[in-house]
Design a protein around this ligand. Structure first.
Ligand code: ADP
Ligand code: GLC
Length: 492
């Protein structure tokens, strides 16, 4: 394998341009670290209308670019900018991307043409390599949105002078989202009906983008070792277990890293005071500011439990909703909640804040500054997820000495070490049962530790803040994965 690889990443979101969740953090951070390791990486994402062209210095790069979709040739343009040295390209195609939302409208209805939009993005990403004369060793794609790339490469580009040698890598950030659609888009996608079979793209009579990716990619990975294991069994694989198991050791888990230039209380530009394991005094100032901004009673002696989350079923926050009132009634504790998503949960948390002023503070919406303030100012951070492929917020929390309270699943289980009451060892509080009952008692356990075992709490904070989940380690694991993809490709 060449020591310096040429890598193209195609993704539906990427920090700092467009983000709905952790996928954007990964697509933003991993290329930079790979570049620092000597690889040549380019990133391709859509040019959504929400991307601030001026702020990010986007400039027109190529126009027009012709992209074949089945028998139709679409004409788009390409913009570019540098993301800290990583050339990033934006596919500009009004019909598909000139909309405020990434995946859905303001009422959370998925755009009906999503298979067309993301099938197009994927094909455009490959076409751009040809137009750029960029001959990739690796085409690395993320989640269902771009999961058709491995299939496109094998069906259309196997003999192409630019793309024919590329090995493909599919990273699954969430197996619950598969891109499962009526097959009427199959002609437009140009995947050839001979491949509409149950061992390729077909799934119960429909097309399944993710399944096609799993079957065609040279290697497949997900974002934590535990989630890789969990998705090999039926309960958490949403029907994909047979295909993931079918890939044998070509399906692995690599834990995400985090970007400590952004998420580190010693340097964080978005918080009112800095702090570190050696000097925690700034954390008190952050806590007071968080209480002020969230309308909580300003009291340094009451612990705050933070939430920063998409309000989606996966996150288990409906279970928290069931016991939050009981919790703030039974214990001296406050909640600081930031989230958006499910309209029912949004309305519930809003009304809970009205019923329990000073004890429950809620910000419905998306706000990066508020997310940073919660990480810095809260004492605990809760993630009761039903499943969690990796989870980034609990890793950020560790760095801010904000002890995670998590359900022991996926990446949460891999990154949080259970508190041992005999010794004070550990970095957080874990429970197994996905229930409101378990949440109530685990929050109770954390709160009692806050009041009754301060020495343990301080010991845990020190240990948590010293954990290192920087990208370097994970980037080496991706280098090994790329090597394996290349071996598989060459063996094929
Ligand atoms: P997921 O990708 O499933 O949403 P992760 O924990 O991997 O979960 O990543 C979530 C990312 O999105 C984190 O960086 C978190 O700070 C951010 N985030 C989620 N909801 C919000 C919100 N309402 N406002 C600001 N940031 C948010
Ligand atoms: C997904 C998962 C989350 C993971 C993120 C980044 O959105 O839900 O657990 O951290 O992708 O890989």
């Amino acid at each position: 394998m060449p020591s310096q690889l040429k890598i193209v990443m195609i993704a539906s979101e990427c920090v700092p341009y467009a983000k709905t969740g952790g996928l954007a953090d990964v697509a933003g951070a991993l290329p930079k670290v790979l570049r620092a390791l000597g690889h040549e990486v380019i990133v391709v994402i859509p040019k959504y209308s929400s991307i601030d062209e001026k702020k990010f210095g986007l400039r027109p790069f190529l126009s027009p670019m012709g992209v074949w979709m089945g028998n139709t040739q679409e004409w788009c343009s390409v913009y570019t900018t540098s993301n800290d040295g990583v050339p990033t390209y934006f596919i500009d195609f009004t019909r598909y991307f000139d909309r405020p939302g990434l995946y859905h409208d303001a009422a959370y209805n998925d755009y009906l043409d999503n298979p067309y939009r993301f099938g197009f993005l994927t094909r455009a990403g490959l076409q751009l390599c040809v137009d750029l004369n960029f001959k990739p060793d690796i085409v690395h794609v993320h989640d269902w949105h771009t999961a058709l790339a491995p299939g496109f490469l094998k069906i259309w580009h196997w003999n192409d002078p630019i793309l024919g040698g590329a090995a493909s890598v599919l990273t699954i950030h969430n197996v619950a989202y598969q891109g499962n659609y009526d097959a009427s888009c199959f002609d437009y996608l140009g995947l050839q009906w001979g491949n509409f079979t149950s061992d390729k793209f077909e799934d119960h009579g429909r097309i399944n983008f993710l399944k096609g990716g799993i079957q065609y990619a040279d290697v497949v990975n997900t974002v934590s070792p535990t989630y890789a294991r969990e998705t090999r069994s039926p309960e958490l694989s949403y029907g994909m277990a047979p295909f993931l198991n079918g890939r044998g050791d070509n399906y692995v888990g690599i834990l995400n890293g985090v970007d400590y230039t952004e998420w580190n209380p010693a340097v964080d530009k978005l918080i009112p005071a800095h702090f570190s394991p050696h000097d925690l005094s700034g954390k008190a100032a952050c806590k007071a500011e968080l209480q002020r901004q969230m309308g909580l009673e300003i009291n340094s002696h009451v612990p705050i439990v933070g939430v920063v989350s998409r309000l989606a079923a996966q996150k288990g926050l409906d279970l928290l909703a069931q016991v939050i009132e009981r919790t703030v009634s039974a214990m001296q504790v406050q909640f600081a909640i930031l989230g958006s998503g499910d309209p029912g949960l949004e309305a519930f948390f809003r009304s809970a804040a009205e019923r329990y002023p000073g004890r429950i503070g809620v910000y419905i919406g998306y706000s990066n500054p508020v997310a940073h303030l919660i990480e810095a100012g809260a004492d605990f951070f809760i993630m009761p997820s039903l499943f969690e492929p990796c989870g980034l917020n609990q890793i950020y929390s560790l760095k801010y000495g904000t002890l995670p309270i998590v359900r022991a699943t996926g990446g949460l289980d891999d990154t949080v070490e259970q508190y041992d009451e005999a010794t004070g060892n550990g970095t957080g509080f874990k429970f197994s049962e996905p229930s409101a009952h378990a949440i109530f008692y685990t929050v109770g356990w954390a709160v009692s530790t806050y009041y009754d075992r301060k020495h343990h709490l301080n010991q845990m904070i020190q240990k948590a803040m010293q954990q290192d989940y920087s990208w370097e380690k994970s980037a080496h694991a991706y280098e090994e994965l790329y090597a394996k993809a290349i071996r598989n490709k060459q063996g094929a």
